[in-house]
Design a binder for this molecule. Sequence first.
Ligand SMILES: Cc1cc2nc3c(=O)[nH]c(=O)nc-3n(C[C@H](O)[C@H](O)[C@H](O)COP(=O)(O)OP(=O)(O)OC[C@H]3O[C@@H](n4cnc5c(N)ncnc54)[C@H](O)[C@@H]3O)c2cc1C
Length: 511
Amino acid sequence: MSRVVAVVGGGISGLAAARVLAGARLASPELRTGSGRQDGRPDIEIVLLESDDRLGGKILSGEFRGRSVDFGPDNFLTRNQSVTELCDQLGIGDDLVAPATSSASVVARGRLHPLPAGLILGLPPDLVALARSRIVSGRGLARAALDLLALGAPISASSLGLSPEQAANGHTGEGAAGARDPGGPEWSAASILETRLGRELVERLVDPLLGGINAGGLDQLSLVVVAPQVARALVGHRSVTRALRLLARSTPKPSTSVSAKPRPFFLGMRGGLGRMVDALVADLRDRGVQLKTGTAVTALRHARDRYELETANGTIVADGVVLAAPGYVAARLLVDEAPAAAAELGSIPHSSVSLVTLAWPSDAISGLPQGSGFLVPRCEGRIVTGCSFLSSKWPDSASAGEVVVRASTGRYGDERPSSMSDEELVDAVLVELRELIGASVPPLASLVRRWPRAFPQYLPGHLRKIERARAALSELPALKLAGPSLGGIGVPACLTTGERAAVEVRDRLSQ
Ligand SMILES: Cc1cc2nc3c(=O)[nH]c(=O)nc-3n(C[C@H](O)[C@H](O)[C@H](O)COP(=O)(O)OP(=O)(O)OC[C@H]3O[C@@H](n4cnc5c(N)ncnc54)[C@H](O)[C@@H]3O)c2cc1C
């Protein structure tokens, strides 16, 4: 008799989970060993339940001034090769493109300053390049240089939330279950870095980059979640800068061309990342997966080894479940059957982001700098947190003679955009863009896209929280979690969580 698996949530995590359950080859290299090895078509019926009327979740491409642009992610890191491999499997690998430019700037004292070369997730191994960038003051630079004297105690694994085993074997989060407790409180990323490098450097350079990716602030983020390789590289070192230099030497240099080896650090998709969702959905249909959009799951019950998922369109009975909806939705669904897991997931805070896409005639912008965009430190107090120059990054996204930019607003602790109307938000953004890039005439068009509660905030202790949630879920066989709440906001990381959950459910059902 065939078994039924319900996948809740049709973003990349859920779509990837459904595809593996339907017998596709794994795209995540790290899962291709161990229990997930055997591919092939198992006897499983898959039903994917999505509350929205479209699939893709945060991945959304659409039309703006007659061109395709992304209103969610527009590129992804290639370090985890899951997305590139998936695109190859879907036959769209040749449409992956590197951004035409990847250099960026940061706002300091009201002006844009190009980022120094060689940064590692916003951290500078090269203080001379930092000095030339003029992002920090002479005093801030001198304070950062003190780090080279290596005067403090070595950075301990426990302050990073790592057990000695995790620090030694490189495992964090996923797959780290069972490791000894670190034996002390985890410090925030800002506390660890400011102690060594000083506040100004962290506030003006590292926070806008590393905090910005997560729409949060480093004083509230876990370094081991937002920059795991950096966190591990710091263990046992007295100087952050020296540890970064060692890390830089062991990291392959990026390429700017998609055909060159090694791959570029970032890739996007010609025509927008939404094309990956379209190809994935077509593939799932071919594999016989039932895709039910407009079908929110409102309750989940577990009885006699089966799950009942309540939706507005009726009840789905399943032998296994992948919960790939946001963590706060999973928390609501688990509240009766696994209250301890629900409490852990429900306590993860989220930040909301609103994007404003704008177009001008090219000659109307007097100060558009080279590069892909700029970031804004929180201490500047502006509403814009960053701005992507879409027409510079992806030349196909704008008609000839037009400039298209996408301003981001909103981050953890700054809810101003959520309380503004679209019109007020566009006006507030325009005031700042006039000053920063010289956009002094009204735009040809503007479009606001809101993403409420889109970014889970990985507070110090996040990985322990997820371990506790997982342990509390062990009473529910063949029910697994996927998505960014587990630790890792990027599309590749989410894809891997979906595939891992699918493998675990499939393995459990074949026992
Ligand atoms: C503006 C923005 C820019 C970003 N930029 C980048 C970037 O450049 N690079 C990068 O790698 N990442 C980026 N990210 C992050 C990345 O896009 C997301 O972390 C990732 O796409 C999340 O995928 P997911 O499938 O886990 O979750 P989601 O995409 O959130 O999908 C979850 C799905 O569950 C559905 N759902 C919710 N409740 C229910 C319910 N009760 N029943 C059924 N379905 C339900 C939702 O409708 C949604 O479709 C960005 C995110 C945003 C918002």
